[in-house]
Design a binder for this molecule. Structure first.
Ligand code: PRX
Length: 636
C-alpha cells in the first residue's frame, strides 16, 4: 500500500491541500496504487450536483471481494481475517483465516447461485453477528448480487417494508439469535415479515440456536442442506465501477426509510483509504469495531475497510454487559485488541459502572480508540480517555453518515491533536462548508451553521433505491450545488469542527437514527389516538430519548392511561422495533400549530427538556393557549 499513509500534521495539511486542489489526481493515485482492478477507469469523477448524479472511476472493472480476499491469499492466506467472539464467553472463539474466509465465501456464492440468485438480484440479510453474516455479504458481492442487511433488532413489519422496497428475491436469516441472556426467535419474525413480501422466493436459514422453527415447503431451506456439498470454486463476477454493491436503509425525517445505494469502486477506495488512516492501521494489528454489521459502521469498518487492508477484524456477537459489565474489556484483553471503535452510548453506560470493571483488565494492547454515531459529550470523552485509553491512546471522534459511506471528519491518530467533543478536521478530499438559513456560506472561524460538503468524494451514496427524486430533494436542494448533511456544526478558532446535532426531524437515540414521522405514523395506528408528535430530550445514557405528545380520540379519554402508554409502546415496537419506544408519553388536548397547520416542534422540544424560559416567537400560533396546558402536564 503506497501513498496511503499520512505521517504527521504538516503531511496532513500537504495532502489535504493536494486533495482539494486536484481531487482527480489525488484519488486516481490512491485507487491505482492500492487496489486491484480488471480494467482501469477512463474518468476519475464525473458529477452534476444539481441533478445529484455522481460517478467515480467510470469504466473500471473490478470486484470488491478480489480486494478483500483473493489478493491477500498469496501473502496472508494463513493470517486471521476474522476473529469471532461468541455471546457466550465459554464458547470458543473462531479464528478464520483469509484462506478459509475465501473458501467459505466461494461456497456460499455457489449455494446462493444454486438457489436462483443472480447478478443484480437483491438479497436481504437478517442475521445475528455470526460469521455467516460476513460470509453472505461477501458472497453477494462476489457474485454481483446486491445485499441489503437489515439490523436484526427490527420488527417484522420494518423488515417487510424494506424487503418490499428493494424487491428482494431472497432473505437470509437464522433460527434464532443470542443477545446477552436472551434468545430471540429471528425465524419467527421473518415468517411474519414474508407473509406480505411477494418478491421473496427463498428464505435461507442458518443454524445458530438450534431452536425448532417452522420451515415452509418450497420456500424455506436450511443452509446446512446445501453448504457442505457446495463447490469451493467460484468464478468472481466482473463488476462495473458503478454497479450497486449494497442498499442500506436509514431513517428519514419523513415517510418510509431511505434505501441508500452504495456502488462498488468509490465505496471500496474510500473505506479502504479512511480505515488505514483513521485507525492508524498496521499489519499485525487486531482491530475491533463493536457496531452491528446491520449499520453502516459495520459495513464499512468491520467488513470492507479492514478486509481491503488485509486486517484482522473482530466480530462480536454479544452485548457489553453480558455476562458482566466488563465484557468489552475482557475481549480487548483476550484478543489483544489494538484499535477499539465504539459508540458514545456504550461508553456512557459502561462509565456508570464501577471503574474496577475496567481496571481489572490489561488494556495495554490498545493504541487507538474511536467513537461514532452521535456527539460524544465531554464527560464521556474524558472517561474514555482516562480509563480505557489510559491517556495514551488518541480518541478518534469520527463524524460520518450512512450516506457518506465512510468517515468524513476525524482526528488522525498521532497526527491531529485531539480536542474533547470535536471531530476536528476533514479527511483529505472532504470539503466541509457551513451555510446559514439564507443559503450563504459562513466563512471564517468561531461560527456555526448547517453542515454541507462542497465536492463529491468516492464513498458518497449514489441514490435512494427506486427514488432518485427523493435523494436529490433530501440532500441537494436545500443548499444548491452542495451535499446537505442534515447536521449542524460549529467551527472553532483553529478550524476544528464540532457536530452539534441534527437540524431536521431525525433524532439519534443510543446512536440509532430515528425519524419522527414513522414513529408518529405508528402511534396514530392506535384506535384511541387522534394525533401525535414526537420530540427528543437529553438523556444521560442514550444521548437523546423520545417524548411523545398524544391527542386521544373521545373513545380514548376514559381509558386507563398507563395501559394506553403500554399499548402505544407495544405498537411502536411491533411496527418499527424496540429501539423506537418512547420514554415519556403525555396526553394532551391539542398541539401547538401554526396557521398553516405545522406543529411547532421547537416549543414541544423545550417543554420536553423542561426549559420554559423562552419559547421564542409564538405569535404565528393558531392556539397559543395550548402551550400552558402542555407545560403544566409535563412528565418529569
Ligand atoms: O448526526 C450525525 C450523527 O449520526 C448521523 C448519521 O447517522 P447514521 O447514518 O446512522 O450513521 C451513523 C454512523 C456513521 C449524523 O448525521 N453522528 C455520527 N457520527 C457522529 C455524529 N454526531 C456527532 N459526532 C459524531 N462523531
Amino acid at each position: 500500500m503506497k501513498n496511503y499513509v499520512i505521517h504527521d500534521l504538516p503531511d496532513y495539511f500537504k495532502q489535504y491541500k493536494k486533495s482539494i486542489k486536484n481531487p482527480k489526481k489525488f484519488w486516481d493515485k490512491i485507487a491505482d496504487e492500492n487496489f486491484v482492478w480488471y480494467q482501469r477507469w477512463n474518468k476519475v469523477v464525473k458529477f452534476d450536483m444539481e441533478e445529484a448524479k455522481i460517478e467515480w472511476f467510470k469504466g473500471a472493472k473490478l470486484n470488491i471481494t478480489k480486494n478483500c480476499l483473493d489478493r491477500h491469499l498469496a501473502e496472508r492466506g494463513d493470517k486471521t481475517a476474522i476473529i469471532w467472539e461468541s455471546n457466550d464467553p465459554n464458547e470458543e472463539a473462531q479464528y478464520i483465516s483469509y484462506r478459509e474466509l475465501h473458501e467459505r465465501v466461494c461456497k456460499m456464492a455457489n449455494v446462493l447461485t444454486e438457489l436462483g440468485v443472480k447478478k443484480g438480484d437483491r438479497v436481504c440479510i437478517y442475521l445475528p453477528m455470526i460469521p455467516e453474516l460476513a460470509v453472505t455479504m461477501l458472497a453477494c458481492a462476489k457474485m454481483g448480487a446486491v445485499h441489503s442487511v437489515i439490523f436484526a433488532g427490527f420488527s417484522a413489519s420494518a423488515v417487510t417494508s424494506r424487503v418490499n422496497d428493494c424487491e428482494a428475491k431472497m432473505i437470509i436469516t437464522s433460527d434464532g439469535s443470542y443477545r446477552g441472556n436472551k434468545a430471540i426467535d429471528l425465524k419467527g419474525i421473518i415468517d411474519e415479515a414474508v407473509e406480505k413480501t411477494p418478491s421473496v422466493e427463498k428464505v435461507l436459514v442458518v443454524k445458530r440456536t438450534n431452536t425448532e422453527v417452522k420451515m415452509k415447503e418450497g420456500r424455506d431451506v436450511w443452509l446446512d442442506d446445501y453448504y457442505p456439498k457446495a463447490s469451493a470454486d467460484f468464478v468472481t463476477k466482473i463488476m462495473d465501477a458503478e454497479d450497486p454493491l449494497f442498499i442500506l436503509y436509514t431513517s428519514g425525517s419523513t415517510g418510509k426509510p431511505k434505501g441508500m445505494l452504495h456502488t462498488t469502486a468509490g465505496y471500496m477506495v474510500y473505506t479502504g483509504y479512511t480505515f488505514k488512516n483513521v485507525f492508524n492501521y498496521k499489519e499485525n494489528d487486531i482491530y475491533w469495531c463493536t457496531a452491528d454489521i446491520g449499520w453502516i459502521t459495520g459495513h464499512s469498518y468491520i467488513l470492507y475497510g479492514p478486509l481491503t487492508n488485509g486486517a484482522t477484524t473482530v466480530i462480536f456477537e454479544g452485548v457489553p454487559t453480558y455476562p458482566e459489565p466488563d465484557r468489552f474489556w475482557a475481549v480487548i484483553e483476550k484478543h489483544k485488541v489494538t484499535q477499539f471503535y465504539t459508540a458514545p452510548t456504550a461508553i456512557r453506560s459502561l462509565a456508570k459502572e464501577s471503574s474496577s470493571w475496567v481496571e481489572k483488565h490489561d488494556l495495554s494492547s490498545l493504541r487507538v480508540i474511536g467513537s461514532v454515531g452521535e456527539p460524544i459529550n465531554d464527560e464521556a470523552w474524558h472517561w474514555y480517555n482516562d480509563h480505557v485509553g489510559k491517556k495514551k491512546c488518541p480518541i478518534v471522534d469520527t463524524w460520518w453518515q450512512t450516506e457518506t459511506g465512510g468517515i468524513m471528519i476525524s482526528p488522525l491518530p498521532f497526527v491531529t491533536p485531539t480536542k474533547p467533543t470535536y471531530a476536528t478536521l476533514p479527511l483529505p478530499g472532504i470539503q466541509p462548508v457551513l451555510m446559514d438559513e439564507k443559503r450563504n456560506e459562513i466563512t471564517g472561524n468561531q461560527v456555526d451553521g448547517n453542515l454541507c460538503i462542497r465536492f463529491p468524494w468516492p464513498g458518497i451514496a449514489r441514490t435512494i433505491w427506486g427514488d432518485h427524486q427523493r435523494y436529490k430533494e433530501t440532500y441537494f436542494t436545500a443548499f444548491p450545488g452542495k451535499y446537505f448533511t442534515g447536521d449542524g456544526a460549529l467551527r472553532d478558532e483553529t478550524g476544528y469542527y464540532r457536530i452539534t446535532g441534527r437540524v431536521d426531524d431525525v433524532i439519534i437515540v443510543s446512536g440509532h437514527n430515528l425519524g419522527t414521522a414513522p414513529i408518529e405514523d405508528s402511534i396514530n395506528l392506535h384506535p384511541a389516538v387522534a394525533e401525535s408528535a414526537i420530540v427528543g430530550f437529553p438523556h444521560d445514557i442514550k444521548g437523546n430519548a423520545l417524548y411523545g405528545f398524544v391527542i386521544l380520540k373521545e373513545t380514548g379519554e376514559s381509558r386507563d392511561k398507563d395501559h394506553l402508554r403500554k399499548e402505544i409502546n407495544m405498537l411502536i415496537s411491533d411496527t418499527i422495533g424496540p429501539i423506537a419506544k418512547l420514554d415519556k408519553i403525555q396526553f394532551v388536548s391539542g398541539l401547538p400549530k401554526t396557521r398553516s397547520g405545522k406543529i411547532m416542534r421547537r416549543i414541544l422540544r423545550k417543554i420536553a427538556e423542561g426549559d420554559f424560559s423562552n419559547f421564542g416567537d409564538t405569535s404565528t400560533l393558531l392556539n397559543p393557549e395550548i402551550v400552558d396546558e402542555i407545560k403544566d402536564g409535563r412528565i418529569n
